[in-house]
Design a protein. Structure first.
Length: 562
């Protein structure tokens, strides 16, 4: 099927997606950078890939498909090399009904005649194009072709490695060896497209295991021969600025990468283990950290309480929770909300997670004796209105933060505790005087991240009597809840994405009195609940009743709160 040739710019203009001025600017950028017009428009932020796909569909009268809802015939994986499909951003889906000589092929550019011709030469089949976004196609290629492509890379590495050993046995970490470069790049790209927060590359006795942490849970993705480990680790050390010759000590590094127009900041940690060096790469998408407060997951009264807390001109606001509970995202959202031309905001972080326009950000550097405490002392001489402390880790930092807050500054920070009331007690245990803390602190936000059930495969069932008791609905009418099942759209996990669950403690006059009297966490919590605080368990319970998450997830994130 041949598609009518139309210019991309004309189609987008006809759809009203862009202006003529934006087209001209994007054309100049595309010529300068050697990329297509559509990619240039996306990079400039004038349109999204989805907008372009829909415009092409409307103008060319070609079906727009969503690949998350499509399935690829496995026979194509062996028939067509993955590198050809990646070159042209296309993926075959299935044979047309009643015609085994025609194939439905998803393309980001259905007017690419060269791609169609090469596909037909390789397969001997006719092609009927449908439209999908570049991101959707790349993600689908990762899902169906990653194993085959990785096997080719490993075979190529072994072959070249054996040849090198014959000429130079001493050089066994060929970091410029292209198969390893491709392998590491592919790992990072696949992790980013699967929304992984971490990549774990682990040395075992005979193999290298690669796992991705997705929605807080580790899933094994690949296994390589152990002989691949030195080259993989060496490549990662080079791109993240580490010492390639040091294999006995832990090292930390950092690297930036761009995947599908999204910029990622990758923190890298190397740790020597019994069988070799273990590498963990933490991926943070820089623009995700600065969400609008409406995207956090706050519900009902918590939204109003959150807005009221942000109106305080001075004092301490704490965000608390275990590692990986989304505290940094909430903290950056607070800063984004408070960031205006009238205030001077200074942060001290370890490390700086994302750059905020108009905010002065300081990174902790222990080698230069720039600790949280030392940085805070200097910050107080910089005439700040708002101070953000990445984490209160010790009594010295806590005391300086309290002193800053009672002298007219607004201080926001995080603390590793399990509950909002527990954070107040923790600060007193750190040595902060109770009468100072009672005057300084005005709010604590405790939070967790709960996995959302996959909407395509979640399965309803009636709650048992024990479950209804946990849901505070014992003796009532039958209650329907949902449980995970697993399908191709959620990679058989039963879950897709995560949502914040919150508990906001507002420091009222009664709470201040309790802090002054060094009350326990239980007393603080009970009083806060009596005054209207919605607990983590209550908010998570509501998500279970709405079918957003499962009973197991609710119990997992709130086990210590009930």
């Amino acid at each position: 099927m041949r598609v009518e040739r139309k210019r991309m710019g004309d189609m987008l203009l006809a759809e009203g997606a862009v202006t003529a001025e934006q087209i001209d600017e994007a054309l100049e950028a595309s010529k300068r950078e050697g990329i297509k017009l559509g990619e240039s428009l996306v990079r400039l932020g004038y349109v999204t890939e989805d907008t372009i796909a829909q415009a092409l569909s409307n103008q060319l009268k070609i079906e727009r498909v969503h690949l998350a809802e499509e399935f690829v015939d496995d026979s194509f994986v062996k028939m067509i090399p993955g590198d050809v499909l990646r070159r042209y951003i296309m993926i075959p889906l299935c044979y047309e009904k009643d015609n085994v000589n025609r194939v439905r092929v998803a393309m980001s550019d259905p007017m690419d005649m060269r791609a169609m011709d090469e596909f037909q030469i390789i397969t001997g089949l006719q092609l009927d194009p449908v439209i999908a976004t570049r991101y959707e196609i790349e993600t689908a290629l990762d899902r169906y072709y990653a194993d085959a492509e990785t096997a080719k890379v490993l075979e190529r590495y072994k072959r070249e490695h054996q040849e090198l050993e014959k000429t130079d046995e001493a050089n066994n970490t060929q970091v410029d060896n292209s198969p390893v470069v491709l392998l590491v790049r592919s790992l990072m790209q696949q992790a980013a497209r699967q929304h992984a927060s971490d990549i774990h590359i682990e040395a075992m006795e005979r193999v290298v295991r690669v796992r991705f942490r997705i929605d807080g849970v580790l899933y094994e993705r690949f296994r390589y021969d152990i002989e691949m480990l030195p080259a993989i680790v060496a490549r990662i050390k080079i791109i993240s600025g580490m010492d390639i010759s040091e294999k006995r000590k832990p090292q930390d590094g950092r690297v930036s990468m761009t995947v599908d127009h999204n910029e990622f900041d990758v923190r890298v940690s190397i740790l020597p283990t019994v069988y070799g060096e273990k590498c963990v790469m933490r991926l943070a998408q820089t623009n995700v950290l600065t969400k609008d407060k409406s995207e956090l997951g706050l519900r009902g009264r918590d939204i109003e309480t959150f807005n009221n807390l942000l109106k305080n001109p001075n004092g301490i606001l704490l965000v608390t929770g275990p590692t990986g509970s989304g505290k940094t995202t909430t903290l950056y959202t607070v800063l984004n909300e408070l960031n205006t031309q009238e205030v001077n905001i200074i942060t001290v972080e370890d490390p700086v997670e994302a750059n905020l326009a108009g905010v002065n950000q300081v990174q902790v550097n222990p080698k230069a004796d720039l600790t949280f405490a030392n940085a805070l002392r200097s910050i107080l001489r910089q005439d700040p209105d708002i101070i953000m402390i990445g984490e209160i880790r010790d009594g010295e930092t806590a005391k300086i933060a309290v002193q800053a807050s009672i002298t007219g500054h607004l201080v926001v920070s995080t603390l590793h505790t399990n509950s909002s009331a527990g954070s107040i007690v923790r600060l007193m245990d750190m040595g902060v005087e109770n009468y100072l803390l009672a005057d300084a602190i005005f709010g604590v936000i405790a939070q967790r991240l709960v996995r959302k059930l996959c909407p395509y495969c979640r399965r309803p069932r009636l709650a048992t009597e024990a479950e209804r008791e946990v849901l505070s609905m014992a003796g009532e009418d039958p209650v329907t809840i949902y449980e995970p099942c697993g399908c191709d759209k959620c990679s058989q996990t039963g879950y897709s994405g995560r949502l914040g669950v919150y508990e906001i403690l507002r420091v009222t006059p009664r709470i201040k009195e309790l802090i002054h009297d060094r009350a326990s966490a239980d007393q603080l919590r009970d009083t806060a609940v009596a005054e209207g605080m919605v607990t983590l368990r209550s908010n998570a319970r509501q998500l279970v009743l709405e079918g957003v998450t499962s009973m197991n997830e609710m119990l997992r994130i709130t086990y210590e709160n009930e």
